[in-house]
Write a protein that binds this ligand. Structure first.
Ligand code: FAD
Ligand code: DHB
Length: 389
């Protein structure tokens, strides 16, 4: 056998799984379609649940996060000028960490390099074979040459557009999907945040999110129609719209500046079941997508990795296959609860084109209920900081 586990995809799921397995003495090879610079240029998630923080520490990649990340005790949800504070720490005893996905990925690449793990960049035409045999194999093309690796297991960590999920025959998987009729336009800018904590803003003009990476780097989003293009949005137009969606007390603190990144992401809820097909296991975005409103995408990838690394380690070290047999059901149980939370946050905070007047009243009532009920705030906080593994 060439290696014990072939991991398809060198994003956060693939790198973290490899790192945890390597630390237990299990050999892995990572096959990544893109170059490293491209993977590290993608600006994505910014909030880590405490369970994710602990996983990164356990993987030996927590040092820079603990030095440079920012611990937040809560967040704000707003309805026009009313700001509802959700105090995670008072309500649940837990906090979250502001530390970008780009940094997590960078830390994992450094750690994997130090471990000497083989990460093959630029692979094409990956094919996953022999999943019901005594050993699996993965074929790929590198620099025009076809190669083949044999292994005990394959981890499909190749994101929503990867090959792993599609390797499971169509009639043996069930897909559940909801596509939302809007996207998020996000910018990154070297300016100070408008608030000490994130603001999720519901406004009659649509949703906005004021997030941050550090004291002089903000990540801000506005809900936009799917037909909009990045070129439609000058920095001036972005800041004007963003400011109008924030409550007055936050908008008056807004400092604007040039964007250093600007992109539009569509919003989708998606789950593919099962997560196991013979010797193949799906992890992270390869199996599921959440709309970003609950900050769950990256965190769900981390909890999948938690379950799978335990399961693979037991199977490879002691021959105990209970974990791999239970992986799909165990991970899906947590995935569906995060799906529900992300959908609920999205529905509560976004304006849907063509909606009736009732919908806006429901959003307003949800936010009023949060403002007045500690039980409602605790429920939101419990989900936001992350349900137990
Ligand atoms: P990915 O990060 O997608 O990594 C998959 C890797 O596999 C990629 O590097 C890709 O190049 C590689 N790959 C794909 N196909 C192949 C192949 N055939 N062969 C080999 N390699 C392959 N989450 C949040 O919580 N907050 C956010 O604000 C947020 N913003 C997002 C914005 C965008 C545009 C996207 C796409 C996602 C966003 N997410 C966000 C979700 C979060 O980033 C993902 O949940 C997270 O990246 C999942 O990690 P992953 O490793 O499973 O998948
Ligand atoms: C960020 C993104 C999110 O989707 C979210 O819910 C919170 C923060 C961010 O990019 O900072």
């Amino acid at each position: 056998m060439d290696t014990q586990v072939v991991i398809i995809g060198g994003g956060p799921s693939g790198l973290l799984l490899s790192q945890l397995l390597n630390r237990e003495g299990i050999a892995t090879v990572i096959l990544e379609r893109s170059g490293r610079a491209h993977v590290l240029s993608r600006i994505r998630a910014g909030i880590l649940e405490w369970g994710s923080v602990e996983m990164l520490r356990e993987a030996g990649v927590g040092a820079r996060m603990d030095r440079e990340g920012f611990v937040h005790d809560g967040t704000y949800l707003t309805d026009e000028d009313q700001m509802v504070h959700i105090d995670f720490h008072a309500l649940t005893g837990k906090r979250v960490m502001v530390y970008g996905q780009t940094e997590v990925t960078q830390d994992l690449y450094r750690a994997q390099d130090a471990m000497g793990t083989t990460i093959v960049h630029g692979v094409e035409d990956v094919r996953i074979l022999d999943l019901d045999g005594a050993q699996a194999s993965v074929e790929y093309v590198l620099n025009g040459e076809r190669k083949r690796l044999s292994c005990a297991y394959v981890a499909g960590c190749d994101g929503f557009h990867g090959v792993s999920r599609k390797t499971i025959p169509e009639d043996r998987r069930r897909e559940f999907e909801r596509v939302y009729p809007f996207g998020w336009l996000g910018i990154l800018s070297h300016t100070p945040p408008v608030s000490d904590e994130l603001i999720y803003a519901n406004s009659p003009r649509g949703f906005a999110l004021a997030s941050m990476r550090n004291a002089n780097l903000v990540r801000c989003y506005v809900q936009v129609p799917l037909s909009d293009k990045v070129e439609d949005w000058s920095d001036a137009r972005f800041w004007e719209e963003f400011s109008r969606r924030l409550p007055a007390q936050a908008a008056e603190r807004l400092v604007t500046g040039p964007s250093i990144e600007k992109s539009i992401a569509p919003l989708r809820s998606f789950v593919s079941e099962p997560l196991r097909w013979g010797r193949l296991f799906l992890v992270g975005d390869a199996a599921h997508i959440v709309p970003p409103t609950g900050a769950k995408g990256l965190n769900l990838a981390v909890s999948d990795v938690f379950y799978l690394h335990q399961a693979l380690s037991a199977a490879l070290k002691t021959g105990d296959e209970t974990g791999i047999d239970g992986y799909s059901a165990r991970a899906l149980n947590r995935i569906w609860k995060a799906m529900r939370f992300s959908w609920q946050m999205t529905t509560m905070l976004h304006r849907f084109d063509g909606e009736d007047s009732f919908a806006a009243q429901m959003r307003r009532a949800s936010l009023r209920h949060l403002a007045e009920s500690e039980t409602a705030r605790r429920d939101l906080a419990e989900n936001y900081v992350g349900l137990p593994y």
